[in-house]
Design a protein around this ligand. Structure first.
Ligand code: CA
Length: 427
Protein backbone atom coordinates (compact mmCIF):
# COMPACT_ATOMS: atom_id res chain seq x y z
CA UNK A 1 0.00 0.00 0.00
CA UNK A 2 1.51 3.35 -1.03
CA UNK A 3 2.29 5.97 1.62
CA UNK A 4 0.19 8.69 0.02
CA UNK A 5 0.59 10.83 3.16
CA UNK A 6 4.23 11.41 2.16
CA UNK A 7 3.39 13.24 -1.10
CA UNK A 8 5.78 16.22 -0.86
CA UNK A 9 3.58 18.39 -3.07
CA UNK A 10 0.54 18.15 -0.82
CA UNK A 11 -0.52 21.33 0.97
CA UNK A 12 -2.92 21.69 3.88
CA UNK A 13 -5.80 24.11 4.29
CA UNK A 14 -4.44 24.70 7.81
CA UNK A 15 -1.84 27.43 7.99
CA UNK A 16 1.56 25.81 8.60
CA UNK A 17 4.83 27.74 8.40
CA UNK A 18 7.51 26.34 6.09
CA UNK A 19 9.97 25.84 8.97
CA UNK A 20 7.50 23.79 11.02
CA UNK A 21 8.53 20.31 12.18
CA UNK A 22 4.95 19.24 11.55
CA UNK A 23 3.94 19.76 7.91
CA UNK A 24 1.11 17.67 6.46
CA UNK A 25 3.76 15.12 5.42
CA UNK A 26 4.63 14.34 9.07
CA UNK A 27 1.39 13.37 10.88
CA UNK A 28 2.87 12.07 14.12
CA UNK A 29 0.80 10.47 16.88
CA UNK A 30 0.49 11.57 20.50
CA UNK A 31 -1.88 11.92 23.43
CA UNK A 32 -3.04 15.25 24.79
CA UNK A 33 -5.23 16.75 27.48
CA UNK A 34 -7.61 19.55 26.53
CA UNK A 35 -8.64 22.49 28.74
CA UNK A 36 -11.88 20.60 29.42
CA UNK A 37 -9.74 17.81 30.92
CA UNK A 38 -10.47 15.41 28.10
CA UNK A 39 -7.66 13.03 27.15
CA UNK A 40 -7.50 12.00 23.52
CA UNK A 41 -5.23 10.47 20.93
CA UNK A 42 -4.20 13.09 18.42
CA UNK A 43 -1.92 14.28 15.70
CA UNK A 44 -0.24 17.60 15.06
CA UNK A 45 -0.20 19.88 12.02
CA UNK A 46 1.87 23.04 12.40
CA UNK A 47 0.80 24.57 15.72
CA UNK A 48 -2.53 22.74 15.79
CA UNK A 49 -3.38 19.62 17.76
CA UNK A 50 -5.98 17.42 16.09
CA UNK A 51 -8.38 15.29 18.14
CA UNK A 52 -8.51 11.91 16.36
CA UNK A 53 -11.23 10.64 18.70
CA UNK A 54 -13.51 13.47 17.59
CA UNK A 55 -12.61 12.89 13.92
CA UNK A 56 -13.52 9.23 14.26
CA UNK A 57 -16.84 9.97 16.00
CA UNK A 58 -17.70 12.35 13.16
CA UNK A 59 -17.16 9.54 10.66
CA UNK A 60 -13.95 10.73 9.03
CA UNK A 61 -12.29 7.30 9.33
CA UNK A 62 -15.15 5.42 7.70
CA UNK A 63 -13.94 2.42 5.72
CA UNK A 64 -10.94 1.81 7.94
CA UNK A 65 -11.33 -1.08 10.34
CA UNK A 66 -10.92 0.48 13.78
CA UNK A 67 -12.52 -0.26 17.14
CA UNK A 68 -14.91 2.51 18.19
CA UNK A 69 -12.83 3.74 21.10
CA UNK A 70 -9.32 3.29 19.68
CA UNK A 71 -8.63 7.04 19.83
CA UNK A 72 -10.71 7.76 22.95
CA UNK A 73 -7.92 6.50 25.16
CA UNK A 74 -5.09 7.85 27.21
CA UNK A 75 -2.45 5.81 25.37
CA UNK A 76 -1.66 4.75 21.80
CA UNK A 77 -1.04 1.10 22.74
CA UNK A 78 -4.25 -0.30 21.18
CA UNK A 79 -3.79 1.67 17.96
CA UNK A 80 -0.17 0.52 17.75
CA UNK A 81 -1.36 -3.08 18.25
CA UNK A 82 -3.50 -2.74 15.12
CA UNK A 83 -0.32 -3.01 13.04
CA UNK A 84 1.45 -1.31 10.20
CA UNK A 85 -1.33 -1.58 7.62
CA UNK A 86 -3.76 0.30 9.90
CA UNK A 87 -1.17 2.95 10.86
CA UNK A 88 -0.63 3.64 7.19
CA UNK A 89 -4.34 3.76 6.31
CA UNK A 90 -5.04 6.21 9.15
CA UNK A 91 -2.07 8.42 8.32
CA UNK A 92 -3.04 8.48 4.64
CA UNK A 93 -6.61 9.38 5.61
CA UNK A 94 -5.51 12.23 7.89
CA UNK A 95 -3.42 13.66 5.05
CA UNK A 96 -6.49 13.48 2.86
CA UNK A 97 -8.77 15.17 5.44
CA UNK A 98 -6.41 18.13 5.78
CA UNK A 99 -5.48 18.34 2.07
CA UNK A 100 -6.05 21.86 0.72
CA UNK A 101 -8.33 20.44 -1.99
CA UNK A 102 -10.63 18.52 0.38
CA UNK A 103 -13.62 20.63 1.54
CA UNK A 104 -15.19 18.06 3.93
CA UNK A 105 -13.70 19.34 7.18
CA UNK A 106 -12.23 22.52 5.71
CA UNK A 107 -15.69 23.96 5.07
CA UNK A 108 -17.45 22.57 8.14
CA UNK A 109 -16.95 25.03 11.00
CA UNK A 110 -18.99 22.95 13.48
CA UNK A 111 -16.69 19.98 12.96
CA UNK A 112 -13.53 22.09 12.93
CA UNK A 113 -14.47 23.56 16.32
CA UNK A 114 -14.45 20.15 18.03
CA UNK A 115 -11.51 18.63 16.15
CA UNK A 116 -8.85 21.35 16.07
CA UNK A 117 -7.06 22.86 19.07
CA UNK A 118 -4.20 25.31 19.30
CA UNK A 119 -1.07 23.70 20.71
CA UNK A 120 -0.93 26.23 23.55
CA UNK A 121 -4.38 25.05 24.69
CA UNK A 122 -3.43 21.40 25.14
CA UNK A 123 -1.07 19.58 27.48
CA UNK A 124 0.97 16.76 26.01
CA UNK A 125 0.97 13.42 27.87
CA UNK A 126 3.15 10.32 27.57
CA UNK A 127 2.02 8.90 24.20
CA UNK A 128 2.16 5.25 25.21
CA UNK A 129 2.01 3.08 28.28
CA UNK A 130 5.60 1.90 28.19
CA UNK A 131 5.66 -1.63 29.57
CA UNK A 132 9.34 -2.26 29.11
CA UNK A 133 12.22 0.06 28.38
CA UNK A 134 15.50 -1.18 26.96
CA UNK A 135 18.48 1.06 26.33
CA UNK A 136 21.15 0.14 23.83
CA UNK A 137 24.73 1.36 23.61
CA UNK A 138 25.06 1.46 19.86
CA UNK A 139 27.19 4.49 18.99
CA UNK A 140 30.75 3.40 18.39
CA UNK A 141 32.07 6.90 19.05
CA UNK A 142 30.22 7.11 22.38
CA UNK A 143 31.27 3.63 23.51
CA UNK A 144 34.86 4.43 22.56
CA UNK A 145 34.85 7.79 24.37
CA UNK A 146 33.31 6.33 27.54
CA UNK A 147 35.59 3.30 27.41
CA UNK A 148 38.62 5.60 27.24
CA UNK A 149 37.45 7.66 30.23
CA UNK A 150 35.95 4.97 32.48
CA UNK A 151 38.22 2.05 31.66
CA UNK A 152 41.25 1.56 29.45
CA UNK A 153 42.23 4.04 26.69
CA UNK A 154 44.11 1.27 24.86
CA UNK A 155 41.13 -1.10 24.80
CA UNK A 156 38.21 1.30 24.86
CA UNK A 157 35.77 -1.05 23.11
CA UNK A 158 35.11 -4.34 24.90
CA UNK A 159 35.61 -7.45 22.70
CA UNK A 160 31.86 -8.07 22.33
CA UNK A 161 30.96 -4.56 21.13
CA UNK A 162 31.51 -5.06 17.39
CA UNK A 163 29.53 -8.34 17.47
CA UNK A 164 26.53 -7.53 19.70
CA UNK A 165 24.20 -4.51 19.89
CA UNK A 166 24.92 -4.19 23.62
CA UNK A 167 21.95 -3.12 25.75
CA UNK A 168 20.42 -3.30 29.20
CA UNK A 169 16.92 -3.27 30.67
CA UNK A 170 15.96 0.11 32.08
CA UNK A 171 12.97 1.31 34.10
CA UNK A 172 9.80 2.56 32.43
CA UNK A 173 8.30 3.92 35.68
CA UNK A 174 10.33 7.14 35.52
CA UNK A 175 9.93 7.96 31.82
CA UNK A 176 8.29 11.40 31.57
CA UNK A 177 7.23 13.60 28.66
CA UNK A 178 8.86 16.88 27.69
CA UNK A 179 8.10 19.72 30.09
CA UNK A 180 8.15 17.69 33.31
CA UNK A 181 11.06 18.83 35.52
CA UNK A 182 13.57 16.33 36.86
CA UNK A 183 15.16 16.36 40.31
CA UNK A 184 18.87 15.87 40.86
CA UNK A 185 19.19 12.38 42.30
CA UNK A 186 20.67 11.48 45.69
CA UNK A 187 23.02 8.56 45.83
CA UNK A 188 26.20 6.85 46.81
CA UNK A 189 29.46 7.84 45.18
CA UNK A 190 33.15 7.27 45.70
CA UNK A 191 34.99 10.60 45.37
CA UNK A 192 38.41 10.38 43.73
CA UNK A 193 40.34 11.23 46.91
CA UNK A 194 38.16 9.24 49.33
CA UNK A 195 38.70 5.81 50.89
CA UNK A 196 35.02 5.20 51.67
CA UNK A 197 31.86 6.01 49.71
CA UNK A 198 29.78 9.07 50.59
CA UNK A 199 26.05 9.79 50.33
CA UNK A 200 24.60 12.99 48.90
CA UNK A 201 23.28 14.72 45.79
CA UNK A 202 24.91 13.62 42.56
CA UNK A 203 27.42 16.29 41.53
CA UNK A 204 27.72 15.12 37.92
CA UNK A 205 24.24 15.10 36.39
CA UNK A 206 24.40 14.69 32.63
CA UNK A 207 22.12 14.31 29.63
CA UNK A 208 22.38 11.58 27.02
CA UNK A 209 21.24 12.51 23.52
CA UNK A 210 19.29 9.55 22.19
CA UNK A 211 16.45 8.57 19.94
CA UNK A 212 14.08 5.78 20.89
CA UNK A 213 11.74 3.57 18.92
CA UNK A 214 8.33 2.31 19.97
CA UNK A 215 7.36 -1.24 19.05
CA UNK A 216 4.13 -3.08 18.34
CA UNK A 217 3.32 -6.63 19.51
CA UNK A 218 5.70 -8.67 17.49
CA UNK A 219 6.21 -12.19 18.76
CA UNK A 220 5.18 -14.77 21.30
CA UNK A 221 7.60 -15.83 24.02
CA UNK A 222 10.22 -18.12 22.49
CA UNK A 223 9.96 -16.64 18.98
CA UNK A 224 12.46 -14.25 17.46
CA UNK A 225 11.92 -11.38 15.04
CA UNK A 226 14.15 -11.80 11.95
CA UNK A 227 16.27 -8.77 11.14
CA UNK A 228 14.63 -8.50 7.71
CA UNK A 229 11.16 -8.15 9.28
CA UNK A 230 12.06 -6.03 12.29
CA UNK A 231 11.20 -2.66 10.74
CA UNK A 232 7.57 -3.80 10.27
CA UNK A 233 7.23 -3.94 14.05
CA UNK A 234 8.55 -0.45 14.74
CA UNK A 235 5.74 2.12 14.98
CA UNK A 236 7.87 5.22 15.17
CA UNK A 237 10.44 7.24 17.03
CA UNK A 238 10.83 9.91 19.72
CA UNK A 239 13.72 11.95 21.09
CA UNK A 240 15.07 10.68 24.40
CA UNK A 241 17.11 12.42 27.07
CA UNK A 242 18.42 9.52 29.14
CA UNK A 243 19.41 11.52 32.24
CA UNK A 244 22.54 10.11 33.87
CA UNK A 245 24.38 10.71 37.14
CA UNK A 246 28.01 10.10 36.21
CA UNK A 247 29.44 9.95 39.74
CA UNK A 248 26.82 7.42 40.85
CA UNK A 249 27.36 5.51 37.59
CA UNK A 250 31.12 5.28 37.98
CA UNK A 251 30.84 3.72 41.45
CA UNK A 252 27.89 1.37 40.90
CA UNK A 253 28.11 0.11 37.34
CA UNK A 254 30.63 -2.72 37.81
CA UNK A 255 29.83 -5.56 37.24
CA UNK A 256 26.20 -5.38 36.09
CA UNK A 257 26.00 -2.01 34.33
CA UNK A 258 24.07 1.17 35.18
CA UNK A 259 21.37 1.06 37.82
CA UNK A 260 20.42 4.08 39.96
CA UNK A 261 22.61 6.36 37.83
CA UNK A 262 20.05 6.06 35.04
CA UNK A 263 16.63 5.15 36.42
CA UNK A 264 15.78 8.40 38.21
CA UNK A 265 14.47 9.99 34.99
CA UNK A 266 14.26 9.59 31.22
CA UNK A 267 12.52 12.34 29.24
CA UNK A 268 10.93 11.86 25.80
CA UNK A 269 9.43 14.10 23.14
CA UNK A 270 5.64 13.64 23.13
CA UNK A 271 4.93 13.10 19.40
CA UNK A 272 5.81 9.71 17.90
CA UNK A 273 7.02 10.30 14.36
CA UNK A 274 6.14 7.22 12.32
CA UNK A 275 8.67 5.18 10.38
CA UNK A 276 6.49 5.85 7.32
CA UNK A 277 7.07 9.62 7.72
CA UNK A 278 10.81 9.03 8.10
CA UNK A 279 11.01 6.81 5.01
CA UNK A 280 12.33 9.58 2.67
CA UNK A 281 15.28 10.02 5.05
CA UNK A 282 16.48 6.44 5.04
CA UNK A 283 20.26 6.29 4.45
CA UNK A 284 23.22 3.95 4.67
CA UNK A 285 24.46 2.85 8.09
CA UNK A 286 28.20 2.82 8.87
CA UNK A 287 30.07 -0.13 7.40
CA UNK A 288 30.19 -2.99 9.90
CA UNK A 289 33.61 -4.59 10.22
CA UNK A 290 33.87 -7.44 11.16
CA UNK A 291 30.73 -8.77 9.47
CA UNK A 292 28.19 -9.60 12.19
CA UNK A 293 26.76 -13.09 12.68
CA UNK A 294 24.12 -14.12 10.11
CA UNK A 295 21.09 -13.28 12.31
CA UNK A 296 22.27 -9.65 12.36
CA UNK A 297 23.21 -9.35 8.70
CA UNK A 298 21.05 -7.12 6.51
CA UNK A 299 21.21 -5.61 3.06
CA UNK A 300 20.09 -2.15 2.00
CA UNK A 301 19.90 1.10 3.91
CA UNK A 302 18.63 0.98 7.47
CA UNK A 303 19.88 4.19 9.08
CA UNK A 304 17.95 7.47 9.16
CA UNK A 305 19.33 10.94 8.49
CA UNK A 306 17.97 12.78 11.53
CA UNK A 307 19.74 15.98 12.62
CA UNK A 308 19.98 16.16 16.40
CA UNK A 309 20.81 19.10 18.62
CA UNK A 310 21.21 19.72 22.33
CA UNK A 311 20.97 23.14 23.99
CA UNK A 312 21.21 24.27 27.60
CA UNK A 313 19.26 27.26 28.91
CA UNK A 314 20.43 28.45 32.34
CA UNK A 315 17.84 29.85 34.75
CA UNK A 316 17.07 33.39 33.48
CA UNK A 317 19.72 32.99 30.76
CA UNK A 318 19.96 32.54 27.00
CA UNK A 319 20.12 29.20 25.29
CA UNK A 320 23.53 27.83 24.27
CA UNK A 321 23.73 25.01 21.72
CA UNK A 322 26.26 22.47 23.01
CA UNK A 323 25.92 19.57 20.55
CA UNK A 324 25.04 18.92 16.92
CA UNK A 325 24.83 15.23 16.02
CA UNK A 326 22.94 12.90 13.70
CA UNK A 327 21.17 9.59 14.16
CA UNK A 328 22.88 8.16 11.06
CA UNK A 329 26.13 7.79 13.05
CA UNK A 330 24.67 4.82 14.95
CA UNK A 331 26.77 1.71 14.30
CA UNK A 332 23.94 -0.77 14.95
CA UNK A 333 20.58 -0.19 13.24
CA UNK A 334 17.19 -0.30 14.98
CA UNK A 335 16.30 -3.48 13.09
CA UNK A 336 19.50 -5.14 14.27
CA UNK A 337 18.75 -4.03 17.83
CA UNK A 338 15.25 -5.53 17.67
CA UNK A 339 16.46 -8.73 15.99
CA UNK A 340 19.14 -9.16 18.64
CA UNK A 341 16.72 -8.33 21.49
CA UNK A 342 14.44 -11.20 20.47
CA UNK A 343 16.94 -13.78 19.21
CA UNK A 344 16.63 -15.62 22.55
CA UNK A 345 12.81 -15.52 22.43
CA UNK A 346 12.31 -12.39 24.53
CA UNK A 347 8.78 -11.11 24.01
CA UNK A 348 8.18 -7.58 22.72
CA UNK A 349 4.90 -5.78 23.40
CA UNK A 350 2.99 -2.85 21.97
CA UNK A 351 4.39 0.33 23.50
CA UNK A 352 7.80 -1.00 24.48
CA UNK A 353 10.51 1.61 24.12
CA UNK A 354 14.07 0.97 22.95
CA UNK A 355 16.67 3.70 23.36
CA UNK A 356 19.46 3.99 20.83
CA UNK A 357 22.14 4.72 23.38
CA UNK A 358 23.92 8.08 23.42
CA UNK A 359 24.46 9.23 19.84
CA UNK A 360 27.91 10.70 19.44
CA UNK A 361 29.31 11.66 16.07
CA UNK A 362 32.93 11.74 14.93
CA UNK A 363 33.62 15.40 15.76
CA UNK A 364 34.01 16.95 19.21
CA UNK A 365 30.91 19.13 18.86
CA UNK A 366 28.83 16.07 17.98
CA UNK A 367 29.37 14.19 21.24
CA UNK A 368 26.02 13.38 22.83
CA UNK A 369 26.76 13.94 26.53
CA UNK A 370 28.50 16.49 28.74
CA UNK A 371 30.79 13.67 29.88
CA UNK A 372 32.22 13.53 26.37
CA UNK A 373 31.80 17.21 25.37
CA UNK A 374 33.83 18.37 28.40
CA UNK A 375 35.92 15.19 28.49
CA UNK A 376 34.99 14.27 32.04
CA UNK A 377 34.88 17.93 33.12
CA UNK A 378 38.41 18.78 31.92
CA UNK A 379 37.24 21.17 29.18
CA UNK A 380 34.26 23.20 30.46
CA UNK A 381 31.80 24.62 27.92
CA UNK A 382 31.39 28.39 27.73
CA UNK A 383 27.78 29.49 28.00
CA UNK A 384 26.38 32.63 26.38
CA UNK A 385 25.80 34.22 29.79
CA UNK A 386 29.51 33.91 30.59
CA UNK A 387 29.17 30.97 32.97
CA UNK A 388 30.82 27.59 32.43
CA UNK A 389 29.38 24.10 32.47
CA UNK A 390 31.12 20.81 33.15
CA UNK A 391 27.81 19.06 33.79
CA UNK A 392 24.21 20.25 34.30
CA UNK A 393 23.44 22.82 37.04
CA UNK A 394 20.23 23.08 39.05
CA UNK A 395 17.90 25.45 37.18
CA UNK A 396 19.30 24.52 33.75
CA UNK A 397 16.84 23.40 31.07
CA UNK A 398 18.16 20.80 28.65
CA UNK A 399 16.51 20.94 25.23
CA UNK A 400 16.91 18.31 22.52
CA UNK A 401 15.63 18.80 19.00
CA UNK A 402 15.55 16.54 15.97
CA UNK A 403 14.52 16.99 12.35
CA UNK A 404 15.04 15.59 8.86
CA UNK A 405 15.28 17.88 5.88
CA UNK A 406 15.56 17.42 2.13
CA UNK A 407 14.88 19.90 -0.67
CA UNK A 408 11.14 19.23 -0.50
CA UNK A 409 10.12 18.58 3.06
CA UNK A 410 11.12 18.93 6.70
CA UNK A 411 9.97 16.26 9.15
CA UNK A 412 10.72 17.02 12.80
CA UNK A 413 10.18 15.74 16.30
CA UNK A 414 9.68 19.08 18.03
CA UNK A 415 11.64 18.92 21.25
CA UNK A 416 12.18 17.26 24.57
CA UNK A 417 12.84 19.98 27.10
CA UNK A 418 13.27 19.44 30.81
CA UNK A 419 14.54 21.49 33.71
CA UNK A 420 16.84 20.09 36.37
CA UNK A 421 15.67 20.94 39.89
CA UNK A 422 17.48 20.51 43.23
CA UNK A 423 17.07 17.12 44.92
CA UNK A 424 13.99 16.23 46.92
CA UNK A 425 15.35 15.81 50.49
CA UNK A 426 15.65 12.16 51.49
CA UNK A 427 13.31 10.91 54.24
CA1 CA B 1 21.63 5.76 27.72
Amino acid sequence: MPITANNPNRKSWLEITSDSDFPIQNIPFGVFLTKENIVTVGTRLGDFAIDLGALQQLGYFEGIELTDDVFLQDTLNDFISDGKKTWRLVRNRIADIFDAENPALRDNKKHRDVVIFRMEDVEMQLPVFIGDYTDFYSSKEHATNVGKMFRDPENALLPNWLHIPVGYHGRSSTIVPSGIPVHRPMGQTMPADATAPVFGPSRLVDFELETAFITTDANIMGENIPVGEAEDYIFGMVLLNDWSARDIQKWEYVPLGPFLAKNFASSISPWIVTMDALEPFRCAQPKQEPTPLPYLQQTGDHAFDINLQVAITPENGDETVVCDSNMKYMYWTMSQQLAHHTINGCRINSGDMMGSGTISGPTENSFGSMLELTWGGKNPIQMKDGSERKFINDGDTVIMRGYCQNDKVRIGFGEVSSKLLPPIPTK
